[in-house]
Design a binder for this molecule. Sequence first.
Ligand SMILES: NC(=O)C1=CN([C@@H]2O[C@H](COP(=O)(O)OP(=O)(O)OC[C@H]3O[C@@H](n4cnc5c(N)ncnc54)[C@H](OP(=O)(O)O)[C@@H]3O)[C@@H](O)[C@H]2O)C=CC1
Ligand SMILES: O=CC(=O)O
Length: 345
Amino acid sequence: MPAAAFFSAALPPPSRTLSRRLVVSRAAAAAASASASSSSGWQGGGGVEFQGKVGFLGLGIMGAPMASNLIKAGCDVTVWNRTKSKCDPLLSLGAKYEPTPAQVASSCDVTFAMLADPQSAAEVACGSSGAAEGLAPGKGYVDVSTVDGATSKLIGERITSTGASFLEAPVSGSKKPAEDGLLIFLTAGDESLYKRVAPLLDVMGKSRFYLGDVGNGAAMKLVVNMVMGSMMVSFSEGLLLSEKVGLDPNTLVEVISQGAISAPMFSLKGPSMVKAAYPPAFPLKHQQKDLRLALALAESVSQSIPTVAAANELYKAAKSLGLSDHDFSAVIEALKAKVQSQSSQ
Ligand SMILES: NC(=O)C1=CN([C@@H]2O[C@H](COP(=O)(O)OP(=O)(O)OC[C@H]3O[C@@H](n4cnc5c(N)ncnc54)[C@H](OP(=O)(O)O)[C@@H]3O)[C@@H](O)[C@H]2O)C=CC1
Ligand SMILES: O=CC(=O)O
């Protein structure tokens, strides 16, 4: 049976929401915006077509540069972070501060949240003094954290119970794309909120996908990241094996960069992995969280993902070696420890 026939026989038909997904690149958005503003379009102070105040909750590796890009584009931004000192660089760029997520949400038209994991995303949105307490009809809440679909739905239900609109919008792209405004947004939920915040997404990202119902953005992000996590393990195995058989791992990085499996991730991380340096861009604990959530997603549809399951064990081993806050490329250290313990047996 040809592969295409196998897939159409084995899988349920694509959902209507997925098939009407919308994909917009920044170039396309800029062209549309230029033609609109030449007729009746309105542009805010910094050239961003968004009228209103923007809140930003969570100023970690990703949130800080994303909020910073909004401020630099001329948006009126109010920030909050659990560790208050992380707000300081944003305040010096001109951001305002509120002491709770609820106060940010109540003082802004649209609030973005970039939190570590499902637990913190739910707590900041739905907990005591959480964003939901400050929301009301006409306001919007955009969660850009990487969480599972169930958490996203729970947050969405609490947000919409206030009369506000909800969009999930996890991002693909790491620290550097966040700094450069080159993220990829995987959005789902309220389509009119999606259209309303599109100019803000275009400040922070290079493209945006609208994927339909809440949960689809989260699922897409987890599938992308399970591929990424397994690729990193495979790359680590190759680097170690090349060294063990007397090759220069730097040459392996160069060879890979010129062939069909070339990927920016290998070229970017390879040279520092060879030097055993792992400055955090994507913390290892977050990659392991994404693999854990991807395994649960696969389980929910009874699909086996054995490579991801094996990769997850290695990230868990890396965490137990104290590497949680290092870059996820530090997973190679767990492999080194495994190889060493095998050779000493
Ligand atoms: N780094 C990357 O390359 C990418 C990360 N992501 C995803 O984006 C999200 C954020 O990642 P990143 O910025 O790297 O992570 P960081 O660990 O740098 O930042 C996490 C943020 O969450 C906050 N936080 C954690 N726990 C709580 C809590 N219980 N209550 C309130 N706030 C809390 C932290 O506050 P505090 O400062 O007080 O600790 C911080 O603002 C994650 O879901 C990650 O998977 C997505 C794409 C790329
Ligand atoms: O979630 C991480 C990324 O690089 O994307």
